[in-house]
Ligand binder design. Sequence first.
Ligand code: ADP
Length: 492
Amino acid sequence: MKKEFRELLRERGRSAMPNVLLAAAECAPLAKTGGLADVVGTLPRSLAGLGIDARVIIPYHRCIKDKYADKVEHMFYFYAKLGWRQEYVGIEKLILDGVTVYLVDNEHYFGDKIYRGGNPEGEQYSFFCRAVLDAIPNLGYDVEVVHCNDWHTAMLPMLAHTQYRGLQQDRIKYLLTIHNIAFQGKFGFDFVQDMLGVDSRYYTPEYIELNGCADYLKAGCVFADRINTVSPSYASEIRTPYYAEGLEGILNARSAQLSGIINGIDKKVFNPHGDELIPARYDRGHLKGKAICKARLQERVGLEQRPDVPIFAMVTRMTEQKGFDLVVCVLDDMMCREDMQFMLLGSGDERFENFMRSAESRYKGKLCAYIGYNEELSHLVYAGSDFYLMPSRFEPCGLSQMIAMRYGTVPIVRETGGLKDTVTPYNRFTGEGNGFSFANYDAWEMRDTMRLAMECYKNEEIMHGLISRAMQADFGFERSAIDYARHYIWML
Ligand code: ADP
């Protein structure tokens, strides 16, 4: 055990690391729609390396049942009270890569989509929170810390401290991680009363009320023992009205318990040296394989076979958060004037999808818009491109820029949240930096930064330095796990 942990534990009169239960809506590779699943899937393995018995509890979604049913072991069942209903809760267990995952089974709530949207989603995850709290004493595992993730599990500390007084659930410490403050789980008071029986005295701005609604994420911010978000910059940003979506008051009030921990990526999955999904392998010292990947990418998606032209890539949800309105603003200008190629792999808002489809038809051979989700192609895009564009309006952490850097694809980002914390802009005077960045959410600033990148592309020495420094950055999960371990111990 690290000396630092031994000392922190001794101050708290104990010698063993705490048992941690991660509660979330998704966990890779079982059920994944975004970066949250990667964190929940990877963190427990890194925590195990620090001597923490971390387990996971998620809903037993249909997609998990379809793939893993024969590996799942039934533990026990009971009925949970949800308003006037009694709902079946099955607790199943799956061991995945040495990590214990508890699955909450209920066909009615988790028989189709992971997220149903609106009130049906509120019902799904109100049920999940109730099921988790009722199941905890019977798991045969002494839970000391519950690590909640986003609004879907943010009601756990409030329910524990207001409805399970004096019981094990009340004694547990709760860490709330905010992966994206834009999603808060807002519902009418009647709905929350009906689902979870929350006492009406909590429907005030000091507790869970926000703009006339009951806000699940706010409840978590009020009642959790500690709060963290997924990068230090985002932790500062969400204390300001521009980013906080109404939660700046409570987050400022709790600033002593608020911090930022940068996410990591799975270095085994994203590894240009051993990746089976790309046609040639490479590392920092031997970049020939990257050129082969570029040629294969161009061939596969119908871009002109030219090794000398830079490929700018995006692998992303196509939403305003990701800066798509900036791309729309300058894409034609760039495609007409510059000798460049553009590769998009993504899906999302229809207006952005349509814009990119029509751009593809205008710039055949120069631009490819692959609309859809394709994990395998994403590896080729990361490996085969030269620059990775991520002009986000806000970005809690962002995994894509880290993946791109691992594959030696130089990031171009807006200086916000985790992008600011992971990309050091190129400094033409000192030669330092592992990417490019711009400060304001402004299409012309983005275009100028892309132009600067194109200038650097023409200089082999500069480009080689950028690629090398990008690939050198350490974005492994071990660093984040150490930070999380500290937070768990601080709360004891
Ligand atoms: P988000 O805000 O969507 O979580 P991140 O950058 O944190 O953004 O993580 C997105 C993850 O999803 C990355 O691993 C990225 O490669 C992957 N991804 C996004 N869109 C696609 C797509 N269309 N096809 C394949 N992978 C995708």
